[in-house]
Design a protein around this ligand. Structure first.
Ligand code: AMP
Length: 249
């Protein structure tokens, strides 16, 4: 079975993002970029399925600027087999990404698409669900456990207040949550090997998709800065301040 794993290049999660002075977005110039953490988890799961003999090939896709090649190389070093870069300078929104992935699914015919539940830059949590809808495929979102048997994928989902287990008839879409696994670090020999693995480059137009955004960002602002705490001299003063200043009691 072939697996398709979409991976997004985002600002590294360790970086403290700064809003641009004109409030049109966040500063990307000179900022360290990395694979979206949930996509690393998706790649790890795909590699484990290949190691178990369930999957035969892992194709990784990234949509974005030419530097997304680096993100694809990271996935190849973790154990994916080949990459597809859909090169565009636009920052495609979930619907456009889902349409491009639909076109690639039609071409590659994977048995399973495993992707991140959410990209940490736009926090959309939408692409997997949109792709499932466009394809008419079943979806198992927020996966914390995946078991494959025959043409059924049993997915344990992290839902509010507990876990839900669903059985999906493949082909299907699965989106990875944080507890699915702990992604491996690529070893130096695997990083070297990944350099020789193939990456094909296509454009959104080749997939029949216009990547132009449909949403207009009106304004991006920093979260309000926390005000400093105050020391109180007595319980009575604390209660008084909670009542008159904080107005919480
Ligand atoms: P989102 O719906 O934007 O929160 O993204 C959910 C998931 O869709 C991500 O974790 C990725 O697996 C995939 N995805 C979103 N945007 C891209 C992109 N530009 N390239 C590749 N995969 C993407």
């Amino acid at each position: 079975m072939k697996l398709l794993v979409p991976v997004k290049r985002v600002v590294d999660y360790n970086v403290k993002v700064r809003v641009k002075s004109d409030q049109t977005g966040v500063e990307l110039a000179g900022v360290k970029m990395a694979m979206n953490p949930f996509d690393e988890i998706a790649i790890e799961e795909a590699v484990r399925l290949k190691e178990k003999g369930v999957a035969t090939e892992i194709v990784v896709v990234s949509i974005g600027v030419a530097a997304c090649q680096e993100t694809i190389r990271t996935a190849l070093a973790m154990g994916a087999d080949r990459g597809i870069l859909v090169e565009t300078d636009a920052s495609p929104e979930p619907l456009a990404v889902a349409k491009m992935l639909r076109a690639l699914v039609a071409k590659e015919e994977p048995g399973l698409v495993i992707m991140g539940k959410q990209a940490i830059d736009d926090d959309m949590n939408a692409t997997g669900q949109m792709l499932a809808a466009l394809l008419g495929w079943p979806q198992g979102t927020f996966a914390s456990k995946i078991a494959i048997e025959g043409d059924t994928a049993t997915v344990t989902r992290e839902v509010d207040g507990g876990l839900e287990t669903v059985a999906l008839t493949m082909p299907a879409i699965i989106t990875a949550d944080l507890r699915l696994n702990e992604p491996r670090y690529a070893s130096l020999p695997n990083i070297m090997k990944a350099r020789k693995k193939p990456i094909e480059t296509v454009k959104p137009a080749d997939l029949g998709v216009d990547p132009a955004p449909r949403l207009t960002t009106l304004k991006v602002v920093e979260p309000p800065t926390r005000v400093a705490g105050k020391k109180v001299g007595s319980v009575a003063e604390l209660v008084g301040k909670l009542r008159t200043e904080a107005k919480v009691i």
